[in-house]
Design a protein around this ligand. Structure first.
Ligand code: C2E
Ligand code: CA
Ligand code: CA
Length: 730
């Protein structure tokens, strides 16, 4: 028989001339084809007009686990597994469709099942027509391309996925983000982007080794997958940088919650081949189209937000806001100027008393650094310490602070100690005990009068090295205090193992202590009793109001630091105060802690009907605000407060007296991650675009049209008071 397969009679009758005897060349050709089929380099097949097999190479039938005769009459499409195409094939039209359309098919991949495993074949086929152009069936070939396909797939996987964690890599994330943003722009949908950077990953890598670092990254990826799930897509951009794309979420309340759970999950301890490691993460969030329209813009906004989050300290998230762009410029400036500042005497130390709860006598003074910038005036340490930490200037600055504080303390009554903040970076960069010993020697201050305030983060990088340094410091005779307790990783483990003399309970537990709905009192009680058991003192930080003082006293903190006794004083003012009043301090402050009400003096816009007014906002809380500048606004008047950056808060007047009003928001504001408040939603750039503005990310400030130019204008309902004048009067 010619060709090593099975022909149905009908097909061979029709196509071949039955009576012609084969020439020598024909015989050679058939032999070659036989060999080709046997070699399994490829197979041949043919169908009738109904698409049923009329020929199939015997070796192909064997592959499929069938006898060649059994295959005849089987529809061709029945050989193949149903279309279940992956992403990259989706553009192709299904095989069955092409067959029905009787098109020529070239190199079409199809799936077949061979002995229970899936293989890929590539199919070529040409429709056969008779002289009257009537369709007779297909003739075609097939070959197995599984190996080629798999190696292609591996290569494209390698190019698109991070081999360590299995997450999408930078290339794929960027491609996905771009595709999503283009599609979403057309559909007016939103898409949030989170950038993550692990805190202290480098230390784990350096101290526990690279295999442990790799394992850590894998575990981080798994935790992220557990939180993000089907809500979005996660990528590892390289190193310890991760990215999460969250389509269709623009509610900043929800995003803040997601960011919080990411931070909490990542901050849980890791077990790495017998060692324990703790890291943290900072999160920057930007949302399209508000903070960026295209990939580059959105990514750079998320990057800036991440940078701000890291500057804010451990384990925080930040939303992008257009002010951050100025912030980045300012930071570079600070970095440049700070070098000079240390040398040219622009830094100063102010001292805040820490008083004993039982008799309100000062026992120690915390040195707080201040920077009097020649052009910018006073700059807060909260602003420049993080910059110093990033640039290693912290070592020089820390040494300066230590020297100055010890030198000043020598002039104080002997019972008073000086407390100096030491950054965790200093522990990893310098030999702290050596520096401390040298400074003490030079100033002549007794070691027991120096107290070093360290934060929990010193235990995270290299716990052993830190342990050795702390022991060395104790040997010198200085005291150690754990600062900001409760804000960081709050592992009680090192409380018992580290040689600490004092725990400073962070201000955030004291603020809100007197409100009903939180367990701050329970937390403080727990810390106080633990500290007592470990024979440590406790300092409650940030006590401002009488009711807070009463409660803290009841809860048993041994010491108190806060505005209720004194703000930080210049060294001269401190000496004078001690001379006049001795060690005794009297509490002085508001009777009650005011619930989360921040005093601000921001100019904001108020919209009523189609008029926009400028007012001054005096305070802002989650649920409302106090404004000044409109005269006699009736109770119940609906207003919209324009807080800038596209944030509109719908409100109602609930208090009104002369030119000052109290507003209550329809929807409560949320935490912006930076100790501030923001609205859940903002004006959508899509809405602005449909009102005729170009589609762009939200610009800074407020930019609602002052008043609409078109149509008849109503008279403004309220008289706007000249704020400059009233402020002068106040
Ligand atoms: P910290 O160590 O937690 O210092 C306490 C901060 O809380 C100080 O802010 C202090 O003025 C403020 N404070 C004290 N009592 C109250 C209160 O009743 N209410 C409120 N709202 N705040 C109160 P400051 O001076 O702005 O310092 C901020 C942070 O900067 C410090 O936080 C510390 O982490 C860092 N810092 C300051 N000086 C140094 C320094 O010399 N070296 C290092 N490494 N860090 C420093
Ligand atoms: Ca401190
Ligand atoms: Ca503190």
């Amino acid at each position: 028989m010619a060709l090593n397969g099975i022909f149905s009679r009908r097909n061979s009758d029709r196509s071949g001339g039955a009576t012609r005897s084969p020439s020598a060349a024909d015989v050679d050709r058939l032999a070659l084809l036989d060999q080709f089929e046997e070699s399994e380099l490829g197979w041949f097949w043919a169908t009738d007009a109904e698409g049923k097999l009329s020929y199939l190479s015997a070796s192909a039938a064997h592959r499929l686990g069938q006898k060649p005769e059994q295959m005849l009459g089987t529809p061709l499409t029945a050989l193949f597994l149903p279309d279940e195409l992956e992403d990259e094939d989706r553009a192709e039209r299904p095989f069955a469709f092409q067959l029905r359309a009787r098109s020529t098919i070239s190199d079409m991949p199809v799936r077949v099942s061979v002995a229970g495993t899936e293989r890929w074949w590539s199919i070529c086929a040409k429709p056969q027509l008779d002289r009257e152009n009537e369709f007779l069936g297909y003739r075609g070939s097939a070959k197995d391309i599984t190996a080629v396909r798999e190696s292609q797939r591996d290569a494209s996987r390698l190019a698109q996925y991070d081999s360590l964690t299995g997450l999408a890599n930078r290339h794929r994330m960027s491609k996905r983000l771009t595709a999503t943003l283009i599609a979403y722009k057309a559909a007016k949908r939103s898409c949030a982007l989170m950038m993550l950077d692990l805190d202290r990953f480098k230390q784990v890598n350096d101290t526990l080794g690279h295999p442990a670092g790799d394992e850590l990254l894998k575990q981080v990826a798994q935790r992220l997958e557990r939180i993000v799930g089907s809500k979005g897509e996660i990528g590892r951009l390289g190193g310890d940088e991760f990215q999460v794309m969250l389509p269709d979420i623009d509610d900043r309340g929800r995003l803040g919650e997601i960011a919080n759970s990411v931070i909490q999950m990542i901050s849980q301890p890791y077990s790495l081949d017998g060692s324990r490691a703790i890291i943290g993460t900072s999160v920057g969030i930007a949302i399209a189209p508000y903070d960026g329209i295209d990939t580059d813009e959105l990514v750079s906004s998320a990057d800036l937000a991440l940078y701000a989050a890291k500057g804010g300290g451990r384990g925080q998230y930040r939303f992008f806001s257009s002010e951050l762009k100025d912030g980045a410029r300012l930071r570079r400036q600070i970095e440049e100027d700070l070098r000079d500042a240390i040398q040219s005497d622009q830094l100063e130390l102010h001292y805040q008393p820490i008083v004993r709860t039982s008799d309100h006598k000062v026992t120690a003074l915390e040195a707080l650094v201040r920077w009097n910038h020649p052009e910018r005036g006073w700059i807060s340490p909260a602003e420049f310490i993080p910059v110093a930490e990033e640039t290693n200037l912290i070592n020089a600055l820390g040494e300066w602070v230590l020297r100055r504080a010890c030198r000043d303390a020598v002039e104080w009554p002997h019972s008073l100690r000086v407390a100096v903040n030491v950054s965790a970076i200093q522990f990893s960069g310098t030999d702290v005990p050596k520096v401390v010993r040298a400074v003490l020697d030079r100033s002549g201050l007794e070691p027991e009068r120096l107290e070093l305030e360290i934060t929990e983060s010193v235990f995270l990088g290299d716990p052993q090295g830190t342990g050795i340094m702390l022991k060395a410091l104790k040997k010198i005779g200085v005291r150690l205090a754990l600062d900001d307790f409760g804000t960081g990783y709050s592992s009680l483990g090192y409380l018992s193992s580290a040689p600490l003399d004092k725990i400073k309970i962070d201000r955030s537990f004291v603020a809100g202590l007197t409100e009903d709905e939180n367990n701050n009192a329970a937390i403080i009680t727990a810390i106080v009793s633990l500290a007592r058991a470990l024979k440590m003192e406790t300092v409650a930080e940030g006590v401002e109001a009488m009711d807070e003082l009463d409660l803290i006293t009841k809860l048993g903190a041994s010491h108190i630091q806060g505005y209720i006794f004194s703000k930080a004083l210049t060294h001269d003012a401190l000496l004078e105060r001690l001379l006049e009043g001795g060690l005794q301090f009297e509490p002085e402050g508001p009777a009650k802690h005011r619930a989360d009400r921040r005093s601000t003096f921001r100019r904001v816009g108020v919209i009523h009907e189609d008029h926009r007014y400028e007012v001054v906002m005096r305070n802002l809380s989650r649920t409302g605000a106090g404004i000044e500048g409109l005269l006699d606004v009736p109770l119940g008047t609906p207003l919209v407060l324009d807080l800038g950056g596209g944030q509109l808060a719908v409100a109602e007047v609930v208090r009104s007296e002369g030119y000052s009003q109290g507003l209550e928001f329809e929807q409560a504001l949320i935490n912006d991650g930076a100790d501030g408040l923001c609205t859940r939603h903002r004006i959508s750039p899509y809405a602005l675009a449909s009102a005729g503005m170009p589609l762009a990310a939200l610009p800074p400030g407020s930019y609602l049209p002052q008043s609409r130019d078109d149509g008849p204008k109503s008279r403004p309902a309220f008289l706007q008071v000249d704020l400059a004048q009233t402020n002068r009067a106040a």
